[in-house]
Design a protein around this ligand. Structure first.
Ligand SMILES: [Zn+2]
Length: 391
């Protein structure tokens, strides 16, 4: 028996909004039909369930670290990135019971918030069992970190062994961040990963990162000292971080660059000249939490960049909700068009994670999740909008 779901508007994402449209979904959640009210004829004797609001496909959370879920509320707000990292490193250990419970709660929270797929970073195999059992699809990005050149071989070997623990076929190895990987590690990484390995790297989350690469100055040097790492091999590059490390990333692999709070117009030009297929992931609530600022959205729009949305972890956020991230963006940038930002939160994320055959839009044959947004006013996203999962 099919379920017929109708609302004031259906946003298939891949095609124009349909006023009073109807979506037919089977018991497995696969879309069997999308109808205009004038041409609708039920394919069986199922009843139409009518809702007030806007029906959209499930959200894609392009960036999370579910294994840090037990750290909710532990790190103070507004410390800046280097201090935030130190705090996470020194306080992340906890009992497996506590970690498991927090991850299970986070997974449920994301499901209820209409999230159907997640790009999730991992340094451990703590989340592998949860991911096997979850109703959410996780693409796991196993992070490789190695500040000192000597560590590169060992760290890559460790990462290669860790990806075996994530068994759903959606897993890749990724450098954690420009400041946490040596040039040697980047070069070795480039040699060992196949073209299909999607990369998701934290990028320009703090101005300190650009300062480190430009001048070899700033808080990252103190950070290295505090964790006992030797920074002697790092050299000032006289250019922003992205312009220094991007040439070392393997080609033509898909690149997800995360945060981009301090990415400049010159950086966009550089990426374009390199001919890279880049998707920019924004995590606005985490940026406000850690750095107290947001990326310059207008620059991304003016230069036609492809954007996706992530929550980051509960170490730097109080919710795991793509709707909440969109609300923050719309509250800070009044000119944003919901019909555009909803693409960032759905189909663009699906494309970035290579799961667009199943997720990201309401289309016959896909199983994208069906989500209702209640309280929308003329396609405007206000604080009052709520999410309800329909399929
Ligand atoms: Zn992150």
């Amino acid at each position: 028996m099919l379920k017929y779901l109708s609302a004031n508007y259906i946003l298939p994402i891949s095609s124009m909004p349909i006023k009073d449209g109807i979506v037919a979904v089977d018991e497995e959640g696969v879309i069997q039909g999308i109808f205009d009210p004038t041409s609708f004829a039920p394919m069986d004797n199922g009843q139409v369930e009518k809702y007030k609001g806007v029906i959209i496909p499930g959200f894609i959370n392009a960036h999370c670290h579910i294994e840090l879920s037990h750290m909710k509320g532990i790190v103070a707000k507004g410390t800046g990135l280097p201090s935030f990292l130190s705090k996470v490193m020194t306080t992340r250990s906890a009992s497996m019971k506590k970690i498991d419970e927090a991850m299970a709660k986070a997974d449920r929270e994301m499901y209820e918030n209409g999230i159907v797929a997640v790009g999730d970073h991992a340094n451990t195999d703590n989340s592998s069992k949860l991911k096997d059992d979850s109703k959410i699809l996780y693409h796991t990005f196993v992070e490789v970190i190695g500040i000192e050149p000597d560590e590169a071989d060992f760290k890559l070997k460790e990462a290669k062994s860790l990806i075996q623990e994530f068994r759903n076929g959606h897993v890749s190895i990724t450098p954690h961040a420009p400041y946490s990987c040596s040039k040697v590690l980047f070069k070795k990484f480039k040699k060992v990963v196949p073209e299909t390995n999607i990369i998701s790297i934290h990028n320009q989350e703090s101005e300190e990162e650009n300062k480190l690469f430009r001048y070899k100055m700033g808080e990252f040097l103190d950070f290295y000292k505090s964790i006992g790492k030797n920074a002697d091999t790092i050299k000032a590059q006289a250019r922003n971080s992205i312009q220094s490390y991007l040439p070392y990333l393997p080609y033509p692999n898909k690149l997800l660059l995360v945060h981009n709070t301090y990415t400049s117009l010159k950086d966009f030009d550089f990426v374009e000249r390199m001919g890279r297929d880049v998707t920019w992931c924004l995590c606005p609530k985490a940026n406000l939490y850690i750095e107290g600022t947001l990326p310059k959205i207008q620059n991304f729009l003016n230069s036609g960049q492809r954007i996706v949305i992530g929550t980051d972890s509960l170490a730097s956020n109080d919710t795991l909700s793509i709707l909440d991230e969109l609300k923050v963006l719309h509250a800070h940038f009044e000119d944003l068009d919901f019909l555009q930002t909803i693409q960032w939160a759905t189909i663009n994320g699906a494309i970035a994670l290579n799961i667009q055959d199943e997720f990201g839009s309401l289309e016959v044959g896909k199983k994208p999740g069906v989500v209702l947004l209640q309280g929308m006013e003329h396609m405007r996203l206000t604080d009052d909008v709520k999410v309800k999962r329909l399929a």
